[in-house]
Design a protein around this ligand. Structure first.
Ligand SMILES: [Zn+2]
Length: 146
């Protein structure tokens, strides 16, 4: 799904997409507390390029076959309605380059709620924060790459 840059940002900030997560999608480095919503928004609008370039190469979601990975992400984005995000907590260790963000995502597939809560691990690599992996604490459906 693509939406207008002037539409409300899917992350729920009440700001316009272009002034919220869009800023990070266009290239500004995102600290973990912003990277998490920016990745949620990328799922919501089908920006698979952003999802791939903010995934840690050592994480379980990483795929060497970029074309196959992009197709998988596109299919997931297309069949999923991203109905809301709540960031519950985050902690950042800037010295070590390690952060956690805990959130609840409300998702639907074929009208069925498939939301989950996750504690995501972000690691800094060469100055950029990247999504490494997540522990799902409540889940009604497999996520992408599962
Ligand atoms: Zn946003």
């Amino acid at each position: 799904m693509s939406i207008s840059p002037n539409a409300p940002c899917p992350c729920g900030s009440q700001r316009k997409l272009k002034k919220c997560c869009g800023v990070y999608h266009r290239g500004r480095p995102a600290p973990p507390a912003q990277l998490m919503p920016a990745r949620y928004t990328a799922f919501a609008i089908g920006n698979v390029d952003y999802l791939m370039r903010t995934t840690h190469p050592a994480g379980p979601q990483w795929q060497d076959d970029a074309a196959a990975w992009a197709n998988e992400l596109r299919a997931y984005c297309k069949r999923t309605v991203f109905a809301g995000l709540v960031v519950l907590d985050h902690d950042v260790d800037d010295d070590v380059g390690r952060a956690h963000v805990t959130f609840r995502a409300d998702l639907r597939q074929d009208g069925i709620p498939v939301g989950f809560s996750e504690r995501s691990l972000f690691l800094r690599l060469e100055g950029h924060w990247l999504y490494h992996s997540g522990e799902i604490s409540e889940n009604r459906s497999p996520g992408p790459g599962s």
